[in-house]
Design a protein around this ligand. Sequence first.
Ligand SMILES: C[S@@+](CC[C@H](N)C(=O)[O-])C[C@H]1O[C@@H](n2cnc3c(N)ncnc32)[C@H](O)[C@@H]1O
Length: 310
Amino acid sequence: MASRTALKQLAARRTLAAWVPSRTAGFSTATKALNQYQQQPASNPSTATTQNANQGETHFGFKNVPENMKETLVKQVFANVASNYDLMNDAMSGGVHRLWKDHFIRTLAPTPGTKLLDVAGGTGDIAMRFLDYCRETHGDSSAQVTLLDINPHMLEVGKERFTQTQYHNTSQVSFMEGNAEDLKDIADNSMDAYTIAFGIRNVTHIDRALKEAYRVLKPGGRFMCLEFSRVENPVISKVYDVFSFDVIPVIGQVVANDRDSYQYLVESIRRFPPQKDFARMIKEAGFTVMGQGYEDLTFGVAAIHSGFKL
Ligand SMILES: C[S@@+](CC[C@H](N)C(=O)[O-])C[C@H]1O[C@@H](n2cnc3c(N)ncnc32)[C@H](O)[C@@H]1O
């Protein structure tokens, strides 16, 4: 059993450099570093599993990679998908992601003047819905959102989208390049709400991101996360697996000419902790959680987690 796991891990390491290939020049540094890494002896492969990465390693989809490389690899994935991101979201989910995001903002139910930090905000789906909700529900134009993302390509698409709206060139929206793990440009106790949608599973150290969320929120502020999660129903889970692994990468290939990035996206979903474990991590970061701390959407395909800084 142990040797099978070791073999799998070694195979995963070998295929990674091939997988992370030369889609763009940005990959060359990552590939070089991976090659060097592969030439080092494997660290105790008999105890390593894809569920439990070795010390100094983390997962990137189903592969184990050195911790310090994940950020570069994730950045490259989102640089690849940025221009087709919105189209692909609709193609992959049949538009259901829109309903989840609408529900997410209704659950947040921001009041007039709310200051929101939307982390991993990407092309602006959450930021836009937040401002629309404040305007349509309260007639409010004093709410403000800072859209923060590690990837300048995703931010560019987001900025471009906002130029088509009434929020363009107002103080209601601002954009910031930054890492969820280190929100160094955001002051302590400065935000009423913190959202992160389909972003946290890409973060290398989720615990650090949660600590930062806690730090920047005002006392009474709310943390909310929308993320793909675990389907418990065995029948639905089977159908979902087939859709994820057999259909989504093909849609990625056909619509965006990029199978690999979408293969990573579906793998990363399976590596994200299940609902209860993630709720525990949110509590460990200091948040107060109501009830079980999360709400399943579409049989648990996605879930909304929530916590308050009290
Ligand atoms: C799947 S997209 C989600 C975008 C948007 N929130 C949405 O719901 O459509 C994930 C985003 O997370 C960003 N991201 C990944 N790792 C990050 C990190 N450590 N800090 C900030 N953003 C990150 C990516 O650049 C990408 O824009």
